[in-house]
Design a protein around this ligand. Sequence first.
Ligand SMILES: NC(=O)C1=CN([C@@H]2O[C@H](COP(=O)(O)OP(=O)(O)OC[C@H]3O[C@@H](n4cnc5c(N)ncnc54)[C@H](OP(=O)(O)O)[C@@H]3O)[C@@H](O)[C@H]2O)[C@@H](O)CC1
Ligand SMILES: [K+]
Length: 520
Amino acid sequence: MIPPGFENRLFTAAQSRDIDRRTIEELGIPGFTLMEVAAQRAADHIFEMQPGPVRVLSFCGKGNNAGDALAVSRLLLMKGFSVDVCLALGKTGMSADAAANLRILEKMLEADPELPLRFFEGVLPGRVYCTVIDGLFGTGLQRDVTGPLAEMIAEINRWQARVFAMDIPSGLHADSGAVMGTALQAHTTLMFGTAKAGCYLGRGAALSGKRVLCPLPFPAHLLREAEGAVLRSLSPGGKPQLENKLRKLREGREVRHKYQNGNVYVLGGSPGLTGAVILTAKAAWSTGCGSVQVFTTPEVSPAYDAHFVDITRKMIPGDGSGLFKADAVRAVAEVIAARPGVLVLGPGLGTHPETAAAVRQLLRLVKAPVVLDADGVRALSGHTEKLPDDLRLIVTPHPGEQEQLLGFSIAQPEQLAQALNHFPCRDNMVFLAKGSPALLATRNECRITTYDTRIFSRTGFGDVLAGLMAGMLSRLPDSTVTAESMLDVSALAMLESYARATCQHESAVSPSAPEAGGMF
Ligand SMILES: NC(=O)C1=CN([C@@H]2O[C@H](COP(=O)(O)OP(=O)(O)OC[C@H]3O[C@@H](n4cnc5c(N)ncnc54)[C@H](OP(=O)(O)O)[C@@H]3O)[C@@H](O)[C@H]2O)[C@@H](O)CC1
Ligand SMILES: [K+]
């Protein structure tokens, strides 16, 4: 049983170790008991997946991860499976609980020499297996896997077996999802007690296969007290909960006419780049907000004639180039001040230096929450420190824009903390690092997508996402637009885009098999 509220919480290796330790020391549940519970849950899952007894390879190191695999091996034997145990690092120096589990197996074999159990030290048994229990390394892996161990991992990967990883696939870093030299490709990862961040980040998302959280008797207060960043997974299953949270916030809003049901402003669309604005404005409108208004120059406005029925246009002054420049900044800020709403700044705005300067000027003047996307993000490169500290901001760069904005692209939650430090408004903002997985963070929390964000790799989805965010945000009472609710809105807008993308995309790839490197 996972304590309520922790279903989608992710933990680092240090946090997990600390929770293990405190459960043992403060509650008095022995480590061996925790291991037995973990093994029982893992074995139950394996029996479900593999109902008929087969010969399995139990691939063990010398830490507690091996202890898990050895305890699972015993439970499989008791169900009639045949087990070949590979003690890849030999018998010496095993952790106490791993050694105890090994001793139990040895005693069982001594008592019943007919038992289908064999041991191999330092080598693989020399045959191919369809099912493998991976207990080489868990959260204790700190350095690269090399030499004979790396060769064994490569060999097992060649079998394309059904690999059940204990806690985390061996070779994967439990925090970053980085491959430490080489790693096993799991079919299923049975995470013990806590979901490990490394199974969701970097290569971990693909190498973990199906992720299953096997509950251990950790009390809620220890999970709550785990020190360090709060990480959560963001899966399509979380959509109803987010919708509910935002619906409750909306109930506090008095709506007597359309302008009290949320106003969205879109500023973008330089000559030849109006498609992005059309997508953004339509997506915002689809959220049910009261009004969507597009700022445009007289030169660009005719491009919208065939597209906008419900969406109004606000003419801004220009110098005849059709671009947004300094002379329009005050006019835009005044329109928004007169009728507050949410501004989407950037779709198709173009990269003219004077336009970029006007974007920065507007961000210093405007009091509305802003969703900053595409060319709007580019305009901030090298200038983030000049933003007002009370600006409420959602910034949505893809990896190329992250590189330009920060000098690095984001793969780890700690890098988001670094990214947020570039902004004086860091306490009022959400940084959405697009990529695969996408990471969404405020100063207090980071969410990691669990679905395949490669589906967003189509021109225009960034524009749709920005429109959805602004539309949803505009419908909340202004006093509830905080970093926390903006994170919920961003998460829900991502899930809504995903739902739309999977409907539209006939050849949608499986959401359970994300692959590193994709982006949108
Ligand atoms: N009660 C609990 O705590 C519970 C814990 N549980 C389980 O324990 C797991 C964590 O166990 P763990 O901490 O013992 O570490 P683990 O991952 O088995 O490996 C460490 C060993 O590997 C070695 N080693 C490392 N890198 C290496 C390399 N590159 N190449 C070669 N060797 C290398 C390292 O050796 P050393 O660095 O000392 O040389 C050390 O001996 C956790 O993931 C979960 O499965 C669950 O049962 C729930 C209850
Ligand atoms: K493992």
